[in-house]
Design a protein around this ligand. Sequence first.
Ligand SMILES: NC(=O)c1ccc[n+]([C@@H]2O[C@H](COP(=O)([O-])OP(=O)(O)OC[C@H]3O[C@@H](n4cnc5c(N)ncnc54)[C@H](OP(=O)(O)O)[C@@H]3O)[C@@H](O)[C@H]2O)c1
Length: 277
Amino acid sequence: MTRKTDMTVVVTGASGRTGSRVARAAQAAGLTVRPATRAQGFDWADRSTWAQALRGADAAYLVHPGDVGSAAATRAVGLLAHEAVSLGVRRLVLLSARGEEQARPTEEALRESAADWTVVQAAWFMQNFSEGPLVEGLRLGGELVFPGGEVREPFIDVRDIADVVVAVLLAGDRYVGKAVDVSGPRLLTFGEAVAEIAKATGRELTYKPVPPRAYGEYLAGLGVPDEEVELLVEVFETLLDGRNSHLSDGVQRVLGREPRDFADFAAQAAAAGTWRA
Ligand SMILES: NC(=O)c1ccc[n+]([C@@H]2O[C@H](COP(=O)([O-])OP(=O)(O)OC[C@H]3O[C@@H](n4cnc5c(N)ncnc54)[C@H](OP(=O)(O)O)[C@@H]3O)[C@@H](O)[C@H]2O)c1
């Protein structure tokens, strides 16, 4: 068996929210990190680019750039996992979404590959508020417009996802063939999360809930393709109906510590100037 610190791990999405932290945590743990984004010539949409990214590695962190519940993610994850196994890269960790029924076919496609798989099913990221499409509304307009209603969600810090992924990779067979549910330590409505950010920044910030369909129309107006809009509306309508309003203990079980709290995330991102207008 590969000695822990001899492990080379391919990190897809290494310039994104989770992948960048997985790369950092893996490096800190002494693993050799091989980033795989388009800058390195790896393209999820082009199978001819996969082998060069995978060959000679021991493990891979798989994060599809589209929603994990999309048909494109199911297809690409299944095909890539098969290719990885055929190249001897058996240890695969997939980022999935907690409570998202639409993501199950993608998880199933991974399982069918005969890889030594682990699925990390994550709650909503805290970093959705600080990195990505929701930031500008808060930063420039002082408002988060989102179809989150009054539902409570246990937002997770992506640094905890990264720590879990790396710990799982270092744990030998312990998490092979398992799904690990991870959430933050506290249930918050989207309004309460925005209030935490307002407190951390000293700015007046508001949350405006909108129906999922209206939000879909807004996304379509921004040029998001129809198929993607339909999936996102379906995901918002189902995932944010209260089914996820409970905590998971995956962080505690894998890392033996409590997950990071939203207030700490908000304070650190505020100090970094994330929401400064
Ligand atoms: N947001 C949430 O709360 C949440 C919760 C649970 C699960 N998820 C799942 O998390 C995933 C997104 O993860 P993330 O937020 O870490 O990613 P992200 O921040 O959106 O970044 C996407 C990454 O994928 C890369 N990428 C984009 N297009 C690519 C392509 N065609 N080929 C290769 N690489 C490509 C990007 O790099 P380059 O552009 O540099 O190539 C970037 O590194 C989705 O599957 C989502 O369903 C999200």
